[in-house]
Design a protein around this ligand. Structure first.
Ligand code: NDP
Ligand code: HSE
Length: 434
């Protein structure tokens, strides 16, 4: 129900990269938003740490350090402060006071989403989070609502703008990782602590959220196998290009069957090589792209800006309009659906293709020894490329495998690295997208 004034009171928690843009859009588009909602959206306060800092286009009179009090006098609370606490306590307090909540906080949802969903359910209010996954791209709503009648098999994509920007800059401008991260921070793409981006935590949180929605199963960030991009070198990036592939940080959530026949899901985030003519290879800068494969729908692709203040604010405002409409017209949006309760399978039963780069002695019989180890572990070779290193009696071997399990591959690599003829296992990278 609208407040006595005929408007809905909106409280904003956080006024940084995203919050500033949310405040701007709420003000600049006030008339259009009122027409779409059926009531005016009145920004009643903005909680920040520092009320003295300059914030472009934001009325300083709205700023407060008292977030606890602010959430008790709002119909809709928008949480864009990030982090686990005090965000969780404030969201729960807002819900307890009957407010609907919109959040962009994937870290919190992936760590403790069920507590928030249960609280919203008990209070009969909405908890919306489109901006938590892939910035401006509508992906939460399509998976949660549009595909609710289908059976999702797999979700695969680039869901972190910072790492995509970094890998792109390393490949195209020759920047090193630290330089590229600094640029991503300056552009407002990175998390408050960019370790969350480069070590894959942010993508893992998003993968957990998407997996929960797609498979109607509770998946937390702890269920996600996670590898970031800090182990990648400029050499890996250059080699990828020389073999017609591009390195991307991918998030993959899929139905799978474990070796013992258990049917479940696997959720993983790691760098992977994709063919340079694959649509994911063409995702540049901080853009994101997500493929969803569903039984009846087939393959769907969602693409757009995955990070940044204005794109993320667009997703936040979409949610604000939805929850505000519910308050005006009655009713609620979808609640948590976890009825399927599928087991999350161990990461080492995941199956994919691999590219293994080795430095070996340049002498007869070496290739045969390496091939024998692969055969012993049941890993089939798709192709081998050998190139000599001048004057060093060393050859570089680039082996691409057919599909194999993580377990078989890691056993193979361990055995190969123990061969006398192998000087170094330079890199082991997964290959996705054919
Ligand atoms: P920022 O660091 O730019 O902004 C955070 C804001 O929250 C600041 O205004 C800060 O206040 C305020 N804040 C932080 N802690 C507190 C606290 N304890 N009490 C009161 N205010 C606090 O973050 P972003 O805007 O980049 O991100 C916000 C959220 O949106 C995060 O959850 C992030 O993961 C998510 N997100 C971000 C995207 C992006 O591209 N940046 C994209 C999608 C989601 P002060 O200004 O005084 O320091
Ligand atoms: N740090 C995140 C990213 C923001 O780079 O994708 C968007 O969620």
């Amino acid at each position: 129900m609208p407040h006595q004034s005929g408007s809905l009171r909106v409280a904003l928690l956080g006024c940084g990269v995203v919050g500033t843009q949310v405040a701007r859009l709420l003000t600049e588009q006030a008339d259009d938003l009122a027409a779409r909602v059926g009531a005016r959206l009145e920004l009643v306060g903005i909680a920040v740490r520092d009320t003295t800092a300059e914030r472009e286009g934001v009325d300083p009179a709205l700023l407060t350090q008292d977030a606890d009090e602010l959430v008790t006098r709002a119909d809709v609370v928008v949480e864009v402060m990030g982090g686990i606490e005090p965000a969780r306590t404030l969201i729960l307090r807002a819900i307890e006071h009957g407010a609907s909540v919109v959040t962009a906080n994937k870290a919190l949802l992936a760590a403790d989403g069920p507590t928030l969903y249960a609280a919203a359910d008990a209070a009969g209010v909405d908890l919306y989070f489109e901006a938590a996954v892939a910035g401006a791209i509508p992906i939460v709503r399509p998976v949660r609502e549009s595909l609710a009648g289908d059976r999702v098999q797999r979700v695969l994509g680039i869901v972190n703008g910072t790492t995509n920007y970094v890998l792109d800059k390393m490949a195209t401008d020759g920047l090193d990782l630290d330089q590229a991260v600094k640029e991503a921070q300056a552009l407002g793409y990175a998390e408050a602590d960019p370790t969350a981006d480069v070590e894959g935590y942010d993508a893992a949180a998003k993968a957990a959220i998407l997996a929960s929605l797609a498979f109607h199963t509770r998946v937390s960030i702890d269920d996600v196998h996670r590898e970031g991009i800090t182990g990648l070198t400029a050499d890996d990036v250059a080699w990828a290009a020389s073999t017609g592939r591009t390195l991307k940080l991918l998030a993959i959530a899929e139905r799978n069957t474990a070796d013992d026949g258990t049917e479940g899901i696997q959720v993983r985030v790691h760098p992977a090589l994709v063919p340079s003519d694959h649509p994911l290879a063409g995702v540049r800068g901080a853009f994101n792209a997500v493929f969803v494969e569903a039984e009846a729908a087939g393959e769907l692709m969602f693409y757009g800006r995955g990070a940044g203040g204005a794109p993320t604010a667009s997703a936040v405002l979409g949610d604000v309009v939805s929850v505000a409409r519910h308050r005006v017209l009655g009713g609620r949006g979808p609640v948590e659906s976890s009825y399927a309760d599928l087991p999350v399978l161990p990461a080492d039963s995941a199956r994919t293709r691999y590219q293994v780069r080795l430095e070996v002695r340049d002498q007869p019989g070496v290739l045969a020894q390496v091939a024998a180890v692969l055969a012993e572990h049941g890993v089939s070779i798709e192709s081998v490329r050998q190139s000599a290193v001048p004057d060093d009696h060393v050859a570089l071997l680039l082996i691409t495998t057919h599909t194999a399990s993580e377990r078989a591959l890691s056993g193979t690599v361990e055995a190969i690295s123990g061969l006398d003829v192998v000087r170094a296992v330079v890199s082991v990278l997964r290959v996705e997208g054919a």
